[in-house]
Write a protein that binds this ligand. Structure first.
Ligand SMILES: [Zn+2]
Length: 351
């Protein structure tokens, strides 16, 4: 497929010879490990055979992976961690001041919330934006890359999905200070210059509308810089996002309906939210409504979490997403696609 065709397919979805459009299917892929080029081709051929048309690949070698994906007719997008810089030793060593600071005054570099790998840079800082924009620009410059897929493009979870509260022994019915970011010098000074008040001096920071909006806009401004860089390369830009614009704003400060990406992949992992399968449909509907209100132009693919879906549930989830108007689905992840799930995907896509 030519690049232009890949982009058209991403924005408008698959067509079936004039019949009603079907959903397309993608999968997230961990590209590390010791597989060689032939093994990657076999892995990609296997999912392509079931009807999957694109891969979102993190890690590994772009040349090997991109060539293998294209040889099997798959669209190849680079899955890229953004604000979470756990794997970025250079930034951690050279720019500790870039890391987000909690309302308790602790840096996520030295005091990562929840888990050791939660080391997040602050999206308000111009140097951070320039660094991440350059990262996606260099990724998009590779001729093998059809698109850049942003992940962790947000603040750390100020509130975890409800289904995870027990795991961490938390009741997050409000924003707790140790999970509330970012109160670094740059955020405090920038907000003070705009509003006249230091966010740490607000009587109740979580309830302040302007302070909430400031942080949504901070992520959105970072996305805009990345979008412009990737589009200047003639490539697509997409993102893995939280389930709905409303939940995403509240839990991780993502106003993703305002991002104007080519596609969003909301992670509709119902079990994380103690929800049932129909929730996938209502979430798709809510997301599409918000995207339309923001001017349209962004397609939506429903992210599905394989470990909590048996094959029958997977078929039902695809059907629900399709009926709600999703342009496609995306499966987390290729490593969890055993033969029975793969057969279910194939059956669901044929419907
Ligand atoms: Zn900050």
């Amino acid at each position: 497929m030519k690049r232009r065709d890949f982009l058209t397919a991403l924005r408008h979805g698959p067509t079936a010879g004039g019949r009603a459009a079907r959903v397309d299917a993608w999968t997230w892929v961990g590209g590390g490990g010791d597989r060689d080029a032939d093994e990657w081709r076999r892995s990609f051929a296997r999912v392509r055979g079931a009807g999957i048309s694109g891969v979102l690949v993190g890690g590994g070698d772009t040349t090997v992976l991109g060539d293998a994906a294209h040889a099997e007719g798959l669209s190849f997008h680079r899955w890229t961690w953004m604000c979470n810089r756990n794997g970025d030793a250079r930034v951690q060593a050279e720019h500790p001041e870039w890391f987000a600071v909690s309302r308790e005054g602790k840096s996520s570099l030295t005091h990562p919330p929840y888990v050791g790998y939660y080391k997040w840079v602050c999206p308000t800082r111009p140097a951070v934006r320039a660094y991440l924009r350059d990262l996606v620009d260099r990724t998009a410059a590779d001729p093998r890359v059809d698109g850049v897929h942003l992940d962790y493009i947000r603040y750390p979870d100020v509130i975890l999905p409800r289904g995870l509260w027990g795991k961490y022994g938390l009741v997050q019915d409000r924003e707790l200070p140790q999970f509330d970011f970012c109160y670094c010098d740059v955020c405090r000074e920038t907000f003070r210059a705009q509003s006249g008040v230091d966010p740490l001096d607000l009587p109740d920071p979580p309830s302040n509308e302007a302070w909430r909006r400031f942080r949504w806009d901070s992520v959105t401004a970072l996305v805009k810089e990345c979008r412009e860089a990737v589009h200047a390369r003639g490539k697509a830009i997409t993102a893995a996002v939280f389930p709905t614009p409303r939940l995403a704003r509240r839990l991780v400060r993502q106003a993703w309906d305002e991002w104007h990406l080519d596609a969003v992949f909301p992670m509709l992992y119902s079990a994380f939210y103690l929800e049932d399968l129909p929730w996938i449909g209502t979430s798709v509907t809510e997301g599409l409504k918000a995207l339309t209100a923001a001017g349209g132009g962004t397609s939506l693919r429903a992210g599905l979490y394989l470990p909590s879906l048996d094959p029958d549930s997977l078929i039902e989830a695809v059907e629900i997403a399709r009926n709600a108007g999703a342009r496609g689905i995306s499966l987390f992840d290729m490593g969890a696609l055993d033969d029975v799930h793969l057969a279910a995907v194939q059956e669901a896509l044929r419907a």
